[in-house]
Design a protein around this ligand. Structure first.
Ligand code: TRP
Length: 455
C-alpha cells in the first residue's frame, strides 16, 4: 500500500514529531498548574496518584491518539470518522473529535489569559519591577493585575495573535519552524533553572512536600483532579496529539516516541515543583494559594537574588515559550478541520478561530474583575472552562479514544500501525487500553458523581 499523507503536510522527521508533541505537552500545565494543584491537594500523595495515572492511563491513550491520527492522516474529527467507517462502525464516532475540538477552544480561552499574565511578568521583569519585592508586595501586585481588565485584555490579545500567526503558517512553515527554534531554547532555560533550584535554601522541604506520601491527605476529589491533570499535561483527550500524529512519518515507532514525550513532560513538571515549593516554604507562603502561586513565589525569589531580574526575565520567557508551543496544539485540530471542511486557506480559518477564542477569553479574564459576580454553581466563567475541560471533557474524550482503539479498531490495523518489535509491549499496551484505562476513567468518574450527589 502506498503511504497516505495529510493534505496539511508532514514533519521532516521523527525528532520533529517528538519535539512538537513535547512542545504541546510541556506548558502552563507543568509549570503553573501542576505546582498549585499539588499544593491544594496535599502534596506527595497527590503526586503519586498523578504518576500512576500518567503511566497506566495517559501513556496508553497517547499511543492510541498517535495511532489514530497517523492512520487517519486528517484532522481528529475526520480521522475518527474514516477509521470508524474503515472498521465498519458508525461515522458518529467523529463525535469524540467534535468534543475535542470544542474542548480545545475552551482550554485555549483560559490558557490565553494565564499566558497573558506570563507576558505581563516578562515585561515587568525586563523593567526591573520586582527587584527586592517581598512576598506580601508580590501578592498585592498579582491582585492588582487581576483587577485591571484593560491590562489583562492587552496581553491576552497579544498571546492569541502570537498563536494564530504560527498556526496560520501551516505544518512546515508554522508549526515545525516554531518548534525547531523554541524547543531547544526551552530546554536550555530549564536546565539553568534546575541548577538554581538545587542550590537554593529550602530545597529539602520542598522535596519532602512533593515526595512524602501521606495517604491521609488523599480525597476522591484529589484523585479526579490527578486523573484530569494527567490528561491535561499530556495534551490528551481532545485531539492535539492525534493531529500531530497525523503529520508523523510512517516509519517512526509510536511506542518509543510516546515514552520519550511522557518522560520529558513528567520531568518538567517535577522540576517546576522542585523550583517553586522551596521558595514557598522559605518565605512562609501558603502552598495551597491557588492559581496565583507561581506568580507570587517566583518574583519573590528572583527579586532577592543578585541579578535576579535577568534570571526572572529568562524564566518568564521560558514559561511564555512553553505556553506558546502548547496553545498552538490547542488550535491545530479545529484549524485543520475547518481547512478540510470548507476548503479555505489557513489564514482565514485561523482568524475565525482566533476571534472565537479571543471572545471567550474576554469572559475568562472578566472573571477576575467585571464579571466576578457571574457564577455558575460556585464557579466563575474561568473556573468553569477549566473544570469542564480538565475534569469532564478530557477524561470523557480519553474514554472514547480508549474504547475506540481497544475494542473497535480491527486488531490487524493496530498491529500494522504499532509494529512494536517485541510482542510484550503490544500486549501490555493492548491490555491497558482495553481494561485499565477505560475502567479507571469510568470508575473515578462514577465515584465522583456519586460523591457530588451524596453531598
Ligand atoms: N499540555 C499543555 C500543558 O500542559 C496544554 C495543552 C495543549 C492541552 N494541548 C492540549 C491540554 C490538549 C489538554 C488537551 O500546558
Amino acid at each position: 500500500m502506498q503511504e497516505k499523507l495529510s493534505i496539511h503536510g508532514a514533519w521532516s522527521n521523527r525528532w520533529v514529531f517528538v519535539m512538537a508533541a513535547t512542545g504541546s505537552a510541556v506548558g502552563l500545565g507543568n509549570i503553573w498548574k501542576f505546582p498549585y494543584i499539588t499544593g491544594e491537594n496535599g502534596g506527595g500523595a497527590f503526586v503519586l496518584v498523578y504518576l500512576v495515572c500518567i503511566l497506566m492511563v495517559g501513556i496508553p491513550i497517547m499511543v492510541s491518539e498517535v495511532l489514530i491520527g497517523r492512520r487517519g492522516r486528517q484532522s481528529p474529527i475526520n480521522s475518527m470518522k474514516d477509521l470508524a467507517v474503515e472498521s465498519g462502525l458508525s461515522p458518529r464516532w467523529s463525535l469524540a473529535g467534535w468534543v475535542g475540538a470544542l474542548a480545545g477552544v475552551m482550554i485555549f480561552s483560559f490558557y490565553s489569559v494565564v499566558a497573558g499574565w506570563v507576558l505581563y511578568y516578562v515585561a515587568g521583569m525586563a523593567n526591573g519591577d520586582f527587584i527586592d519585592i517581598g512576598s506580601e508586595m508580590a501578592g498585592k501586585r498579582f491582585e492588582v493585575l487581576l483587577a485591571d481588565a484593560e491590562t489583562l485584555l492587552i496581553w491576552h490579545s497579544v498571546f492569541v495573535v502570537m498563536v494564530m500567526t504560527v498556526v496560520a503558517g501551516g505544518v512546515s512553515k508554522g508549526l515545525e519552524r516554531a518548534t525547531r527554534i523554541m524547543m531547544p531554547a526551552l530546554f536550555v532555560l530549564l536546565f539553568i533553572l534546575l541548577a538554581y533550584s538545587m542550590t537554593s535554601g529550602a530545597f529539602g522541604q520542598g522535596f519532602d512536600f512533593l515526595f512524602h506520601f501521606d495517604p491521609s491527605q488523599l480525597t476522591w476529589n484529589a484523585v479526579l483532579v490527578a486523573l484530569g491533570h494527567s490528561f491535561f499535561t499530556l495534551s490528551l483527550g481532545m485531539g492535539s496529539i492525534m493531529a500531530y500524529g497525523s503529520y508523523m512519518p510512517k516509519k517512526a515507532s509510536i511506542g518509543s516516541t510516546v515514552m520519550m514525550i511522557a518522560v520529558l513532560d513528567t520531568l518538567v513538571a517535577l522540576v517546576a515543583g522542585l523550583a517553586i515549593f522551596p521558595i514557598v516554604f522559605a518565605n512562609q507562603l501558603d502552598p495551597g494559594a491557588g492559581p496565583g502561586l507561581m506568580f507570587i513565589t517566583l518574583p519573590v525569589a528572583f527579586g532577592q537574588m543578585p541579578g535576579g531580574h535577568i534570571f526572572g526575565f529568562l524564566f518568564f520567557v521560558l514559561i511564555a515559550v512553553a505556553a506558546w508551543t502548547s496553545a498552538i496544539s490547542l488550535m491545530e485540530p479545529a484549524a485543520a478541520w475547518i481547512v478540510e471542511k470548507f476548503g479555505i486557506k489557513r489564514v482565514p480559518a485561523c482568524t475565525a478561530l482566533g476571534a472565537l477564542v479571543w471572545l471567550l477569553g474576554v469572559a475568562c479574564l472578566g472573571s477576575f474583575n467585571f464579571m466576578s459576580d457571574f457564577k455558575i454553581g460556585s464557579m466563575t466563567f474561568f473556573d468553569l472552562m477549566d473544570f469542564a475541560t480538565a475534569n469532564i471533557m478530557l477524561p470523557l474524550g480519553g474514554l472514547f479514544i480508549a474504547i475506540f482503539a481497544g475494542w473497535k479498531i480491527k486488531r490487524y490495523a493496530l498491529e500494522d500501525e504499532l509494529s512494536f518489535k517485541q510482542n510484550f509491549w503490544f500486549s501490555a499496551w493492548y491490555f491497558s487500553i482495553r481494561y485499565i484505562a477505560p475502567v479507571a476513567v469510568a470508575v473515578i468518574f462514577a465515584l465522583n458523581l456519586y460523591n457530588k450527589f451524596a453531598e
